[in-house]
Write a protein that binds this ligand. Structure first.
Ligand code: MG
Length: 252
């Protein structure tokens, strides 16, 4: 069932989204060559707790697997759901961070990718295209459009630029739970799927690769990597559909 949020619920979600965006802004400065990813996890968890919220991912279960950390950190060929560790961010690395918080009973979810200089032109193109494809998706998050319009916009934007669109992981509704209906694929046919209504809140999150879009999960049960070892990027915002148009909640 797709949950339509009331005005007061959107109000709480706006606060949750702003808190998350503030933490992202602070965290960006901490992603530097040499930092162990477990330190980024600790910094983020402390910031979330200091904001009066709780980490959304820590303890999240899929089957028997329990996610052990506050952030997902995925480097280079890792697409999503990487686990923080003692691994240090290195020169040239493409680092994707994905995390959420729950505040007042409502979730906000965001992700972004950055590259550590020096990095190659392909990595720059991947970052730029993936981020822009997120805003293509946001622009389609309008009343009377359909879920397929969002996926179609991401797919056509990225594939026309020679990039791979991950299909095994998708965006989702978000609100009282981290993952609500509907699923929001980054591919699809325009004019198909569930019609978008005011009060729906969606986590839009293109996951895009420099090579094959096919992925597999490592033995840690979480880390998703590209099958061909090509690099991947990931950008995500929590977006409310309002009568006035799309409203990105996870921005300052
Ligand atoms: Mg998400």
């Amino acid at each position: 069932m797709i949950l339509i949020k009331e005005q007061w619920e959107l109000g709480v979600m706006r606060v949750a989204g702003k808190k998350l965006a503030e933490i992202v802004a602070g965290l960006r400065e901490k992603i530097v060559v040499g930092v162990p990813t477990i330190d980024l996890d600790r910094i983020t968890e402390e910031a979330i707790l200091a904001a009066g919220a709780k980490p959304a991912f820590k303890g999240y279960k899929v089957g028997r697997a329990v996610f052990p950390a506050t952030i997902c950190v995925s480097i280079n060929e890792q697409v999503v759901h990487g686990i923080p560790s003692k691994r240090r961010v290195a020169e040239g690395d493409l680092v994707s961070l994905d995390f959420g918080l729950v505040y007042g009973g409502y979730y906000a979810d965001t992700a972004f990718s950055v590259a550590m200089p020096p990095f190659d032109a392909d990595t720059a193109r991947l970052l730029d295209t993936t981020e822009k494809s997120l805003y293509e998706a946001v622009a389609r998050a309008r009343v009377n459009n359909r879920i397929g319009d969002i996926g179609h916009s991401v797919q056509s934007y990225c594939e026309s630029r020679g990039l791979g669109v991950v299909t095994q992981f998708v965006g989702h509704g978000v609100g009282r739970k981290l993952h609500e209906e509907p699923s929001v694929p980054n591919f699809g046919k325009a004019g198909t799927g569930y019609p978008l209504k005011p009060g729906m809140v969606l986590a839009l999150e293109p996951m895009i690769t420099l090579g094959s879009p096919r992925t597999r999960v490592l033995k840690d049960d979480w880390t998703v990597v590209t099958e061909d070892g090509s690099r991947a990027a990931h950008f995500e915002h929590t977006v409310a559909i309002t009568p006035a148009g799309p409203e990105i909640l996870t921005v300052l």
